[in-house]
Ligand binder design. Sequence first.
Ligand SMILES: C[S@@+](CC[C@H](N)C(=O)[O-])C[C@H]1O[C@@H](n2cnc3c(N)ncnc32)[C@H](O)[C@@H]1O
Length: 283
Amino acid sequence: MGRMDKAVLFWTSAFIDDAYPPSESQPVTTYKPSALFTYIERLQAERPWGTFLDAGTGINSIQWLSGLETERWTAVTGAAGDAERVRSATDATRRPQDQILLGNWAKADLLKGEVFDTVLADYLLGAVEGFAPYFQPYLFARLRPLTGRVLYITAPEPYVPSDKPKTPAGRLVWEIGRFRDACLMLSGGMPYREYPSGWVIDQLKRAGFAPRAMERFEIKHGERFVNSQIDLCAPGLSQLTDHGLANALRARGEALRAEALDIIAGAGALAHGHDYVIAAEPA
Ligand SMILES: C[S@@+](CC[C@H](N)C(=O)[O-])C[C@H]1O[C@@H](n2cnc3c(N)ncnc32)[C@H](O)[C@@H]1O
């Protein structure tokens, strides 16, 4: 029995700096694993990573996984831009057996029949809405036959569909999230849709997984979070035919940015919300 087989489901808390969303521009040389990945390494302990599936890849997860001793890895994304960024980020480390796949988990033939020792769903769940709306309840059942030994999930607890937070930092994070999602909707995209850890545990059990461990990490949002969320809106706003609306939204984004960066300059971060990591094994 591996160490995790004996683990019980538990909750603890820790701090994580600027965890969400992962930066696309973090240079490889300054890469430092996040607290979430460090926690996963602790859970994995001495067990080999073996064959590894990064089921929702991006710069953060691929940088982490490129430094692990894997037999081979497969990195899946639904976005051509992410596939390209992951390709260039791994130019120096990618081996012939490693592969980057552009695909959609809603398509039944993606990696059909393959099994990986370790599967990572890093901020995948919340992004599914943009690629396969309504597919979230099927995601873990979809990943179940692909999982040989362990599935690790990282995600933020929902923070946009909540009552207005009382703290200035919480209110700003909430407003930035709502602003981002409104821009995405107005420009023809889909918003992020995060799910609570309790929902994930329930879905994992239904999908034939046994959840083994969970930890929550308090998020301290920094400049990277603020800038990336507001900058994410720019391409969509430039496509709006109503220029007055686009300009008003741009101005709102800049006002939020200024207010948030001001608080960060004083307090160091916008402390609000939690990320969680869940480890589950085939039941
Ligand atoms: C927020 S990003 C994940 C962050 C990433 N792990 C990192 O380190 O930067 C979400 C990823 O999941 C992928 N994704 C979301 N829904 C998907 C789907 N239905 N099928 C395949 N990939 C999907 C996105 O294309 C993207 O690569």
